[in-house]
Design a protein around this ligand. Sequence first.
Ligand code: NAP
Length: 490
Amino acid sequence: MGETSETGLLAQVPDGLYIAGEWRAARSGRTFGVTDPSTGEVVKEIADAAVEDGVAALDAACEAFPSWSRTPARERAELLRDAYDLIQERAEDLALLMTIEMGKPLAESMAEVRYGGEFLRWFSEEAAHVQGRYGSNPEGTGRMIVTQHPVGPCYLVTPWNFPLAMATRKIAPALAAGCTAVVKPASQTPLTTTLFVRLLADAGLPAGVVNVITTTSSGPVSEAVISDPRLRKLSFTGSTEVGQKLLAQAAAGVLRTSMELGGNAPFVVFEDADLDKAVDGALAAKFRNIGEACTAANRFIVHASLAEEFARRVTDRVREFRTGRGTEEGVTIGPLIDERAVDKADELVQDALANGARLRVGGGRIDRRGTFYEATVLSDVAAGSRILREEVFGPVLAITRFTDEDEAVRLANDTEFGLVSYVYTRDLARGQRMVERLETGMMGLNVGVVSNPAAPFGGWKLSGLGREGGAEGIHEYLQTKYTLTPDPFA
Ligand code: NAP
């Protein structure tokens, strides 16, 4: 893509807050710059919301709620389906925008557009399938009616690593359920969400149903919205640390919450695994999204009999990777999101090396403009190394060994997180035992990527609460009412 088309695309992205169906400047008139991590340059200035803008967005969501919640489900479904179609039409633009502001290679941005778009299609299908029940009470003295109702205005907070999919994964089920929303994208990647919401508006979204606030004051703005008694639901994707803070704030209003938080995924390769498939799966599980995924495999726990061969094969493949700006042909590893992310990856690598790990490839920053880190493979990583405890969120593959199944389970579960686990084995019974023994919300059994809009995505332990996607996803935005009436024949 040439510079002109990038400039033209950036010019099409609204630079205001979207409140009550209008693009507005922040009341203070303040703006902030969005940076391309591959160059460090500011690509666009957009409105920087303060507390009063957040409250205005919630006002709009509250005002729109009565009419949107009564809009027939079929109409809501059709709007979501139209938005899905518009995403397909604008797929290349959305992908390019994502690459510019987040850094991932264009092919991966395109994959996210497809994945993110699917939440609109999935929840357009779910919207009309929300059901209640009716029946006699056991005593026969009355009729019990159970109905589902939209929970109310929602606050949806998203991270920078999947700027489209994390937004559609929340907005689509909220709208399908009849809820209205205030959306707060990450300050590092607000442009993709903003363009997406413009598409929603083009699809006919009524004013106030979705409102977007972009801000560098996420703490105070969020606190004001979350503590407002009119808000009924908080859905957050991001770090466990921030999630815990927001959960504490949500406690005062006893808000419904969905929390998609950090991960520390184990990737276990048993001695009976198909090694070719395990290597393919490992590369996908580790290096997709430059390693900046909550589902990224963080600890490769490989049977001692295969560890050397596994390390050799993944290293050979990693040597073929090309690092660069995500718009360049053939690039497989883009920049990390910022300098802090590079520092973190490097700290964890240096700590592992100091503890005796063996460096197979990579292991350092790349001396060029932008925040690049080399795709890295470490083997023989010692117990106690930080990289086995902390989410690296970068292109670093760390291998450690085990000798029997109990040890593999112990190592895999030795984390406060429980988002996803990957297991490679040809032994069906062993695979089933692992499904039962691993403390994890999701599992890839002989596959390296599990995400699917039709599946319940979410974690155990400090990885979160609730599920996004699947039949479960819409229920995060619904509340149940039970009504009793007397026996009509009495
Ligand atoms: P983060 O720092 O927690 O930020 C996430 C969101 O919270 C952003 O919109 C951010 O806004 C906002 N935020 C930050 N501090 C806040 C505060 N004090 N009060 C209110 N809002 C605040 O996380 P991140 O670095 O963007 O994302 C990486 C993390 O997300 C990783 O841990 C990853 O595992 C997790 N993640 C989880 C899932 C999942 O589904 N489980 C999916 C993707 C990512 P600003 O941009 O303004 O800081």
